[in-house]
Design a protein around this ligand. Structure first.
Ligand code: AMP
Length: 212
């Protein structure tokens, strides 16, 4: 099953991706995580770091190369869960071509819907464990005191608005694009992560059983 998880920053895609992985065994391919890894190991072009810190999008080819390389790995043969990619119509077209070459196709696109006011609050108070990547919220899901926390540079209030605007301008047009193809399902992304997962689980189970 090749699945795209679509939703604005802070909609909980990363959290859901981990739950989907444990239920369906499909690996999460997060371009944001890949770029942050590259940055940590000093492999990310300084121009790209600056774009990320400002809340903009990297050039399509730069991100596509990461996805293409990763998709060819053994653990991706039975399906992948794309998180943060595609983010533009051009990326979606490149993905279709890549999947076609691999005799695959996008099976389903799940849109995680969360109101903007909630997104801002979720992102600004988001912190992660520096060592495990576990995500916390300083108010609703407090980290244990011993955890060494990291605050993403682009989660700072001044950048969050830009990232949300970028999503509305460049990524939201993917919704009608996938809807026309009959691939789009929307879920309410509010509530506890387990509740949101329940909604996603229902859709993926039906897709897996070919009953949608
Ligand atoms: P994310 O963790 O998905 O919010 O991504 C963090 C940042 O990485 C984004 O704000 C972009 O600067 C960059 N990025 C991640 N995925 C993509 C993509 N598919 N296309 C362009 N830039 C991306």
């Amino acid at each position: 099953m090749d699945v795209i998880l679509l939703g604005p920053p802070g909609s909980g895609k990363g959290t859901q991706a981990k739950m989907i992985l444990s239920e369906f065994g499909i690996p999460q391919l997060s371009t944001g995580d890949m770029l942050r890894e590259a940055r940590k190991s000093g492999d990310l072009d300084i121009r790209f770091q600056e774009i990320m810190e400002a809340g903009g999008l990297l050039p399509d080819e730069a991100v596509f190369d990461l996805i293409e390389k990763r998709m060819l790995a053994e653990d991706c043969k039975k399906g992948v869960l794309l998180d943060g990619f595609p983010r533009t119509i051009e990326q979606a077209v490149s993905l279709d071509i890549l999947l076609l070459k691999l005799s695959r196709k996008v099976d389903v696109v799940i849109q995680v819907c969360v109101p903007r006011s909630l997104l801002e609050e979720r992102i600004i108070f988001r912190r992660s464990d520096k060592h495990t990547g576990q995500i916390y919220h300083l108010i609703y899901n407090k980290p244990p005191s011993e955890v060494e926390l990291e605050h993403r540079e682009d989660d700072k209030p001044e950048t969050v608005k830009k990232r949300l605007d970028t999503y509305d301008a460049l990524t939201a047009p993917l919704l009608p694009y996938f809807d026309k193809k009959g691939l789009l399902f929307s879920v309410d992304g509010t509530g506890a992560p387990s509740e949101v997962f329940g909604r996603i689980n229902t859709i993926l189970t039906k897709i897996k059983e070919n009953s949608i």
